[in-house]
Write a protein that binds this ligand. Structure first.
Ligand SMILES: *Cc1c(COP(=O)(O)O)cnc(C)c1O
Length: 222
């Protein structure tokens, strides 16, 4: 077994265990393998082991790695999990199957325009800045409901869920619980939360998608 396959098996075991402990079906949790900074060969190792859902945080980096991998594996699903500039919306719509970082009107409008143009509609998640950190992307919790309504009613975006990245120095469970509550209130089924250090907590609190990098690929080169 490759090192990647071994790590994947372990993470999958932890996911299944956390799901069952919470009375959930392990199949209700999708593992997003976050491959940012890692090469196509490392992605292939996980593809060979059966992993199909991947996450990248930069459009340009993903454009260098994933078109070839997608050609080899048409069932590969790619999520954009990092901030998106409006001038990269066209490329993002063309390459990604899900965009998890929708967080402002101008971006929502640009994505809507590019989706119409491309006749391609990646799933959209709204990123919520649950910690209200000034430097962090995401809509503020108090502005979420109005933004969801605007994305749905004005921009007609395929909004499927919410995403958050809790502050590094706070108990993530509080943020996960808040995100789950906001998703339920807005009738959104998908909840993307939890990374290598806290995905089991996220699953306990309702995550449908966990974004795991380090635990699958090892530490990122600095
Ligand atoms: C890098 C990244 C992750 C994965 O983080 P790990 O701690 O390596 O698992 C998850 N979500 C986002 C948004 C990221 O940028």
């Amino acid at each position: 077994m490759s090192a990647g396959a071994d790590r994947l098996a372990k993470v999958r075991q932890h996911i299944a265990h956390a799901a069952r402990a919470a009375g959930r079906d392990p199949a209700s949790v999708t593992l997003i393998a976050v491959s940012k900074t890692h090469g196509a060969d490392q992605v292939r190792e996980l593809l060979d082991a059966g992993q199909r859902v991947f996450g990248e945080n930069r459009v340009q980096e993903a454009e260098q790695k994933f078109p070839a991998l997608k050609a080899e594996h048409p069932d590969l699903v790619l999520h954009l999990i990092g901030p998106l500039q409006t001038n990269k919306a066209r490329e993002a719509v063309a390459l990604f199957d899900a965009i998890e970082s929708v967080d402002r009107e101008r971006l929502a409008a640009m994505l809507a325009k590019e989706m119409t143009r491309a006749v391609r509609r990646p799933d959209c998640y709204i990123q919520v800045n649950t910690g209200e950190e000034p430097q962090k992307a995401g809509v503020l919790p108090a502005e979420l409901d109005a933004f969801v309504a605007s994305c749905r009613d004005i921009h007609k975006l395929p909004i499927v869920g919410l995403m958050c990245i809790p502050p590094v120095d706070e108990e993530p469970a509080l943020h996960f619980a808040l995100l789950a509550k906001m998703a339920a209130r807005n009738g959104l089924a998908k909840i993307s939360m939890g990374m290598s250090a806290d995905y089991e907590t996220a699953i306990r609190l309702g995550a449908t998608h966990v974004r795991v990098g380090t635990a699958l690929f090892g530490h990122r080169p600095t």
